[in-house]
Design a protein around this ligand. Structure first.
Ligand code: ATP
Length: 269
């Protein structure tokens, strides 16, 4: 698969995007830019509007007002099929994999190489090639999903969305249910996806993961933009942007931890 966009090329631009559900304003005046070859993390507390924003981009919800520009043109994603067709893929948290089918079958589910004459060999070769390119640790493409680990399942779901060669891939909490080693594997995979030139939108509650892989961190709070940061932001500053306060119990606890770590460091010197 070839890289179709230069790193840094603007893929998506949102301006003044608002989404109302009756009296509830889930998103207000949102600005968001996504470039080729970057990971943008979308963070915020529960109810901040992350899922709503992802659903707007995935064609599930239509914005109430505001503009979306995609590849330099005004765009509307009026259905999930349309968003996918235009090159915006979403890996939702449930992954939507079929437990009893093997990796190849899951990769091609819904987009078989040739729906009239399924070419198993061709699909298997393509599956291996893609997984090898992603350096994915899948024991065999003939393994049923049920026997794979959480990290491997996430890998299969991400690989599946890459088969359509999207410009942008949105990952909803890809490490939520994973252990340390599996999380590291998925974060490596995210970096490889970025290095292939895709724009990656990462929704995560895990600040360590976010700071480890994101090129930019976009904070939403109560449905609005509350700052865009680079990965050098401290944990404390990020918590402050998310909670909307520089002084709160979370940031105080983080500060105490840092102080204790400093004291231990000094004592050891
Ligand atoms: N279909 C809907 N109808 C009415 N209100 C909705 C709907 N979807 C979301 N909301 C409201 O919009 C606001 C933003 O919700 P959203 O799910 O986007 O937040 P979130 O940041 O994804 O939170 P979480 O981390 O808990 O998933 C919330 O107040 C929520 O109740």
């Amino acid at each position: 698969m070839t890289r179709s966009h230069q790193p840094g090329e603007l893929l998506l631009r949102l301006r003044g995007v608002t989404k109302q559900f009756g009296a509830v304003t889930a998103l207000q005046d949102i600005e968001l830019d996504i470039h080729a070859g970057e990971v943008v993390a979308l963070v915020g507390d529960n109810g901040a509007g992350k899922s709503t924003l992802v659903k707007v981009l995935a064609g599930v919800h239509q914005p109430t007002t505001g503009t979306i520009e995609y590849l330099g043109q005004p765009a509307t994603f009026d259905s999930p099929g349309k968003a996918l067709e235009m090159g915006i893929a979403t890996v939702f948290q449930d992954l939507a994999l079929c437990e009893n089918l093997d990796v190849v079958a899951n990769l091609f589910l819904g987009h078989e190489v040739n729906p009239w004459a399924l070419d198993e060999v061709q699909m298997e070769v393509r599956a291996w090639t893609l997984l090898r390119e992603l350096a994915a640790r899948i024991p065999s493409v003939r393994e049923p999903i049920a026997s794979l680990s959480g990290g491997q399942r996430q890998t299969v779901a991400i690989a599946r969305s890459l088969l359509l060669d999207p410009k942008i891939i949105m990952l909803d909490e890809p490490t939520a249910a994973l252990g340390v080693a599996q999380t590291a594997e998925v974060l490596n995979l995210i970096e490889r996806v970025r290095d292939r030139g895709h724009g990656v939108i990462l929704i995560s509650h895990n600040m360590e993961d976010v700071r480890a892989v994101a090129d930019r961190i976009v904070v939403l709070r109560l449905g609005r933009n509350n700052g865009t940061f680079n990965a050098n932001i401290s944990h404390q500053e990020l918590v402050a942007a998310i909670t909307g306060a520089s002084e709160n119990s979370v940031s105080r606890r983080a500060a105490r931890k840092l102080e204790t770590a400093d004291q231990i460091g000094e004592a050891l010197q």
